[in-house]
Design a protein around this ligand. Structure first.
Ligand code: HEC
Length: 398
């Protein structure tokens, strides 16, 4: 049996911290004890539990895990004391000793400042419409400081006493969505209370702010591809990019690998055939016509002409929208975007090297005896699922 690694434990812990607090807030709301902020139950405290430090400093993670382990032992000893009369005194002493001597990490390491919206979830849910709308809002209100690409190096930004951070980095994934929301709505202040970034709650509706967050993530994903050739943060195929009006898709339901083929009218002839291992969707630009079905060759019959989807995928892949035709994207069964094929190699087959978001461990392990082509790529995706917890790991690290 494989014992869980430290990363697994930290992931579990991060998940538990999130679920517990979220559950607590929803219980308060169900009992009518929570106030409402921007349409969702408001977190009532100035602080919240946070696992961020656990990721940076593993010795603290170990200390917390062992303290929790000792607490479980203490609880067991207490239970035994309740039922085992003759050993009661010994067990009670043991309980007290464990509780007293367990070294807990400093509480300041485990809490972070919270906002009323800390546990809010985005109602826009990373959709193509939100990403495209978010871009408009961003260009109008944010790009003057944060720059169109999010790097924050505009002349205006450089003249500010506090420079904006690089939004095209992993920053947005480390923050709680609800706390990004709060920053954008109410701005940021430095230690002396002077405003460093203005708030936008008067100018923007709540949905504009959520759409901004979707856009900034899509934009950072594209920036990551341009800079390092891969998505170093998990990116989902946005809702609305998968041909919702497709008959076959409805029959299959979710949980499938999706291949999105971006095709322009020029390419009608060269469209790939359907493949039973994937659900294939053609995202067409302009007046593309599907080729007439040929006997014995299963054609793809899922077609979308969503302009928003085209724009959103252009942002996420970091490819200009007029260069995008011929690109193919592949998701895993959980809906994470994992692989990309560029038009230049559109005639060649898929291979494992098309994966853009993956764990370092798998890349090294047993290269020789793995299947090639699409099978190899699927095996690699399945072997290393994206495990993402806000502020947590993207992939398991060894
Ligand atoms: C006047 C310049 C300016 C404008 C306009 C501006 N920002 Fe900022 N932004 C900043 C600065 C400066 C910071 C750094 C604040 C700090 O760390 O105190 C920042 C920080 C941020 C952060 C990082 C928050 C974090 O948790 O670290 C986000 C996200 C952000 N801005 C989004 C936006 C969005 C979205 C808009 C448009 C609605 C916007 N900003 C408009 C200057 C600006």
């Amino acid at each position: 049996m494989n014992l869980l690694s430290l990363s697994d434990w930290i992931n579990l812990l991060l998940g538990a911290i999130q679920v517990l607090q979220d559950g607590f807030l929803h219980m308060l709301a169900a009992l009518g004890l929570a106030q409402t902020s921007h349409g969702q139950p408001a977190w009532p405290f100035a602080e919240r539990l946070s696992g961020d430090v656990l990721l940076i400093d593993r010795s603290i993670a170990r200390q917390l895990l062992s303290a929790l382990g000792f607490s479980v032992v203490a609880l067991l000893a207490l239970l035994i004391a309740l039922v085992w009369r003759r050993g009661r005194v010994v067990m009670l002493l043991a309980t007290i000793a464990i509780v007293f001597f367990t070294p807990w990490p400093d509480r300041h390491l485990l809490v972070a400042p919270a906002e009323p919206t800390s546990f809010h979830t985005s109602p826009t849910g990373f959709s193509v419409a939100a990403i495209v709308h978010g871009r408009q809002v961003y260009e109008q209100h944010c790009a003057s400081c944060h720059a169109v690409d999010g790097k924050g190096d505009t002349p205006l930004a450089l003249s500010l006493p506090v420079s904006p951070p690089n939004l095209a980095s992993g920053l947005l994934w480390r923050r709680a969505d609800g706390e990004l929301f709060w920053k954008i709505a109410y701005g940021a202040r430095d230690r002396h209370g002077a405003a460093t970034m203005p708030g936008f709650t008067r100018q923007l509706a709540d949905n504009d702010v959520w759409a901004l967050i979707d856009f900034m993530k899509a934009n950072a994903a594209g920036a990551s591809i341009r800079a390092i050739g891969s998505w170093d943060q998990p990116v989902a195929l946005p809702a609305g990019a998968g041909a919702d009006d497709c008959s076959k898709q409805a029959a299959h339901g979710g949980g499938q690998r999706v291949r999105v083929i971006l095709a322009s009218a020029r390419q009608s002839a060269a469209l790939p055939l359907d493949d039973p291992r994937l659900r294939s969707v053609i995202l067409a630009d302009g007046a593309l016509k599907l080729p007439a079905p040929q006997a014995g060759a299963p054609a793809i019959d899922c077609l979308s002409r969503s302009k928003d989807a085209w724009q959103a995928l252009s942002i996420i892949t970091g490819i200009d929208s007029d260069q995008l035709a011929g690109t193919q994207l592949l998701t895993d069964r959980d809906g994470w975007l994992r692989a990309r094929k560029l038009p230049a190699d559109s005639n060649g087959a898929w291979s494992e090297s098309d994966i853009l978001c993956r764990a370092p461990a798998y890349m090294e392990a047993g290269k020789s005896n793995k299947p090639g082509g699409l099978d190899g790529l699927i095996a690699a995706m399945d072997a290393e699922p994206v495990r993402f917890i806000k502020g947590g790991f993207v992939h398991a690290t060894p």
